[in-house]
Write a protein that binds this ligand. Structure first.
Ligand code: FE2
Ligand code: FE2
Length: 160
């Protein structure tokens, strides 16, 4: 089942997955033993699961791209650096700035990235894709923190 979602992600996310900076996310850790790259794919899978399970009509390409780029902040937030203390509050905006430099984003993708840290960041998600992403991100962050490696697939090696 997971593999079908991965196929959808590879199809719609190819431009992003193949990019140099996305590949760089494999070097940055997110939660536990999970890299930002794997986290982003896990979140994209969870987004697709939610829309399929609840039959929510969405633009799948937008959903996948926004999910893949939602943590495109491109630094290791565990490194000791003053600004990284504020990671939770600043990284969504940073991710959007980085993503806009490289990709032609639509309004929904921009909103997904910018608002994904709601409610910690008080920027209310405007589209259903944005709301789905905030929920999927929290589900996955919890799983990654509580049980790294157990239920989540390691996807790194599939995108060399
Ligand atoms: Fe995030
Ligand atoms: Fe995230």
């Amino acid at each position: 089942m997971e593999l079908d979602y991965l196929e959808i992600i590879k199809y719609y996310g190819k431009e992003i997955l193949d990019s140099k900076n996305m590949q760089k996310e494999k070097e940055f850790m997110q939660h536990g033993n999970i890299t930002v790259f794997d986290h982003s794919i896990n979140v994209a899978i969870e987004c697709l699961k939610l829309v399929h399970r609840y039959r929510i009509p969405v633009d799948q390409k937008t959903l996948v791209r926004g999910a893949l780029l939602h943590d495109y902040f491109l630094y290791d937030w565990h490194e000791k650096d003053k600004s990284h203390k504020l990671h939770g509050f600043i990284h969504a905006e940073k991710a959007l700035t980085n993503a806009e430099k490289e990709y032609e984003l639509n309004e929904i993708e921009r909103n997904m990235i910018y608002c994904h840290m709601f409610p910690l960041n008080l920027r209310i998600p405007k589209y259903k894709e944005s709301i789905i992403l905030t929920i999927a991100d929290k589900i996955i962050a919890t799983k990654e923190t509580l049980e790294p490696y157990k239920k989540l697939i390691k996807v790194n090696e599939k995108y060399i």
